[in-house]
Structure formats: structure tokens, C-alpha cells
Design a protein around this ligand. Structure first.
Ligand SMILES: *Cc1c(COP(=O)(O)O)cnc(C)c1O
Length: 419
């Protein structure tokens, strides 16, 4: 039976919630692999002033133009040069900033752009980074390749504050103090959590700016600025947009002068242009992020319960599990779980077993990114300076909005055939 026929047959026994998610994407080849093909998102217009992503904004005369150029605002309500920030982008920034109780925010065309813009805005000479941070950040740091301008020093993924303190002392003694402490919690792939409160206290005591990538939690599960963080980064590509069709990232700042610096950098770097249509989607979907996270997290807990009992599973990496070494910190900082966990398979399970498993899945798609309505899997690999990955094949799961019983049926038929 072809994969398409196999999937169609499986879906006939699925709940309507699952069927409506997968019906438009039965055959990935037909939709170019897009998990949310065009036309299925919010298409309503946001406002009468809505900009449609044009580059030129017209003025009746030079005086009107000079006035707009000096303020960055056109008399009609938008930007004087429309690539900079559309009214839709401004509204998303206001909403995100309000949700995080910040002084303001900027939006960038991807979560990674939000991260790199933050680094290019504040230009730390030395930055402390956890060794489990989102891989493209690590790639940016090595690609940047000008250690005199931006040198990363790594700390362990689950570091205690005194481990970070030792690093800060070492760097200051070496003559180039750490100027920014970067946090990402829970970290990528393996979800360790460092001593956030201890690190923030340390940073405050030494006057070091703190940045936290809060993509895992979103504003629903954690508000970094309330913990004392200076700058929160959200890859709104993930839970805020929630349907794999909002590539974007937002930086929310606690202090007004940081907002001004970020806005200026966004203009200087030419990366403030996020399509108005994407901003519209985000603006509306922010209202349902909390409801979706409830569904994602309860389904993930249900699927993890089953997986934890399977003989081919060595362990499950997820801080929401009471068995996780990161669970006490999870309880301290986060109000609930999300869709993500990683399964560490027994060492007898080979990459060939995993390939066969993913071939047999009907609902779980192999894809990068996460946070959308569709359930996904992706291998976790890579080298870390302090916290090595556990032995055994590691597969990251994102649990979508399908009926959880259907997801379990898919998992159990695929594992029965291949494990
Ligand atoms: C996905 C992700 C990003 C980047 O988001 P993109 O929009 O894909 O660039 C940043 N940080 C974390 C933790 C992520 O998972």
C-alpha cells in the first residue's frame, strides 16, 4: 500500500479533530511539504489602514515627505518607508509587549533574526551562553568569527549560579568581562533548566544585561521580564502563531532605552520587514495561544505516559516529568508544560529501526521547527561542551492538536511493526 493510501485508511478511523488537521496535507508532495497550505489561516483584514507590504509610500510634496522622514511616520498612519514597520507589525509588538509587561518590542522575520538582532544591537564583547542553546545561535556565534567583537563562553545547560559566577570571575580576571548573559530554558533538544533566579541575581549584582530565549514557554508559561530578565526573545514562529505559517520573532524589552536601541538596530539592519499578513495572523492567534498550549501539553502528557512503559524506551527527556532532574526548577519557573519531549531509545534500537518507524507513521511528520497543529518528530544530535547527550538514539516529539487517542494508535501500530 502506498504511504498516501495507508494514511487515508488510518484517517478514516480518526476523530474529526485529527481528520480536519490532516485532510489538507494528505500528500505532502502536493502541498510542497507545507503543513498549513495557503488560504487556511486567518485572512480577515486587520484594519482599514492595513498595509499590504508595499515599499513606496507616496507624499504630495517635499515638505510632507521631509516631515515624515524626520519622524519615521507617514501622515496616513504607517511608516514613511513601508519596509521598516507596518501598522500590523506595530500592533503585534504592542500586544506582545503587553502580554510580557514590557516597555516595548520589535518584530523580526524569524526567531533567529530576533536573536541575532539582539546580539547586534547590544554588541557584547563576551557573552555567556548555555551549551544546549538553540543550534542556529551557536552557528551564528561561530560564523561571526570575530572573537574580539563577540566571544561566547559556554556554561553547562543545567548550571548552578556558582558555576556561572566562576566563569564571570575568570573572564573579568582575564581582562574582558562578560557583558551579556544569555539564557534559554528549558534548552533545545534535551530541555535542561539552569538556576535562573541565581543567575539573574548574579547578573543584577554585576550590572550585566540578561537575555532569555523563552520560545519553549511562550508568554503563557513564563514571563521572563517578571523574573528580572532584561530582554525576552520569542520565536513566534512556534506557539504564538501555532500553525506553521507565521515565521517571525519578537524581542520584548523591560527598559524603554533598550526598546529604542532595538528599534534603531532593526532600521539600520533593514530587518524590520515582516509581511503584514503574517503579523495579522499572529495578532489574532495570540488570543488562542493559551488554549492551544493546554491541548498540546495534556496530549503530550498522555502520549508520554504510554511511551514510558514501552520496552524500547530508555528514558524520556522532559522537565514536566516528576522523574526529571530539572523538575524542581520547572515547578519554580513555569506554570505548565508544552508539546515537546525527547525519547531516548534503548541502545539496541538502531538508526535503521528509527527510519522504519518514521516510514510507518501516518500522523507524525518528519519536520524541523515545532509548535503547530501537526505532530512532528526529528532526531536530536550534536556535541556539547559540558553536558553530553545520553547514549541511545534520541527522537524529539512535538505533539500537535490532533485527537491524542489517534496519536497513540499511530504510535502503537508503528512501533509494533518496527521495534
Ligand atoms: C525555533 C526556535 C528559534 C528560532 O525560530 P525561527 O523562527 O525558526 O528562526 C529560536 N529559539 C528556539 C528555542 C527555537 O526553538
Amino acid at each position: 500500500m502506498s504511504k498516501l493510501a495507508q494514511r487515508q485508511k488510518f484517517l478514516t478511523n480518526c476523530d474529526a479533530a485529527t481528520q480536519t488537521i490532516h485532510a489538507p496535507i494528505l500528500d505532502l508532495a502536493q502541498v510542497n511539504g507545507h503543513l498549513n497550505p495557503a488560504g487556511l489561516g486567518h485572512t480577515a483584514e486587520f484594519s482599514a489602514l492595513g498595509s499590504f507590504g508595499q515599499s513606496s509610500v507616496g507624499f504630495e510634496n517635499l515638505a510632507a515627505y521631509h516631515q515624515a522622514d524626520s519622524t519615521g511616520k507617514a501622515p496616513y498612519g504607517g511608516a514613511e518607508y513601508a519596509i521598516v514597520q507596518s501598522p500590523e507589525a506595530e500592533q503585534v509588538c504592542h500586544k506582545m509587549s503587553a502580554l510580557h509587561r514590557g516597555a516595548g518590542a520589535i518584530i523580526c522575520p524569524s526567531g533567529l533574526a530576533a536573536i541575532t538582532t539582539t546580539l547586534l544591537t547590544f554588541k557584547p564583547t563576551v557573552i555567556a551562553v548555555p551549551d544546549n542553546a538553540y543550534y542556529p545561535l551557536q552557528r551564528f556565534l561561530s560564523w561571526h568569527n570575530q572573537p574580539a567583537q563577540l566571544r561566547p563562553v559556554r556554561y553547562p545547560a543545567n548550571a548552578a549560579a556558582d558555576e556561572l559566577a566562576a566563569i564571570l570571575t575568570r573572564e573579568a580576571t582575564g581582562g574582558t568581562p562578560v557583558e551579556m548573559i544569555y539564557l534559554e530554558a528549558p534548552g533545545s533538544g534535551t530541555f535542561e533548566i539552569p538556576d535562573l533566579a541565581g543567575m539573574i541575581a548574579l547578573a543584577k549584582a554585576q550590572g550585566i544585561r540578561t537575555v532569555m530565549d523563552n520560545t519553549w514557554a511562550s508568554h503563557v508559561r513564563c514571563q521572563p521580564l517578571a523574573l528580572g530578565i532584561d530582554l525576552a526573545i520569542q520565536a513566534t514562529t512556534k506557539y504564538e502563531g501555532g500553525y506553521a505559517d507565521t515565521p517571525s520573532g519578537v524581542v520584548i524589552a523591560a527598559h524603554a532605552d533598550d526598546v529604542a536601541r532595538l528599534r534603531r538596530a532593526s532600521r539600520v539592519l533593514g530587518i524590520g520587514a515582516v509581511a503584514p499578513r503574517i503579523c495579522l495572523r499572529l495578532y489574532h492567534r495570540l488570543d488562542s495561544t493559551a488554549a492551544r498550549l493546554e491541548r498540546h501539553s495534556s496530549s503530550a502528557a498522555y502520549v508520554m505516559d504510554w511511551l514510558a512503559q514501552q520496552p524500547f524506551v530508555e528514558s524520556i527527556l522532559c522537565p514536566t516529568l516528576p522523574s526529571s532532574p530539572d523538575h524542581p526548577r520547572f515547578k519554580q519557573y513555569f506554570s505548565g508544560g508544552n508539546s515537546l519531549f525527547s525519547v531516548v531509545f534503548k541502545q539496541t534500537i538502531t538508526p535503521q529501526h528509527i527510519a522504519a518507524l518514521t516510514d510507518r507513521f501516518n500522523l507524525f511528520r518528519v519536520a524541523e521547527s515545532w509548535g503547530s497543529h501537526v505532530s512532528l518528530v526529528l532526531p536530536v544530535a550534536g556535541k556539547r561542551e559540558f553536558t553530553p547527550l545520553p547514549p541511545g538514539f534520541i527522537l524529539r516529539f512535538h505533539i500537535g492538536l490532533e485527537d491524542p487517542a489517534d496519536l497513540l494508535r499511530d504510535l502503537s501500530q508503528a512501533t509494533a511493526l518496527t521495534m
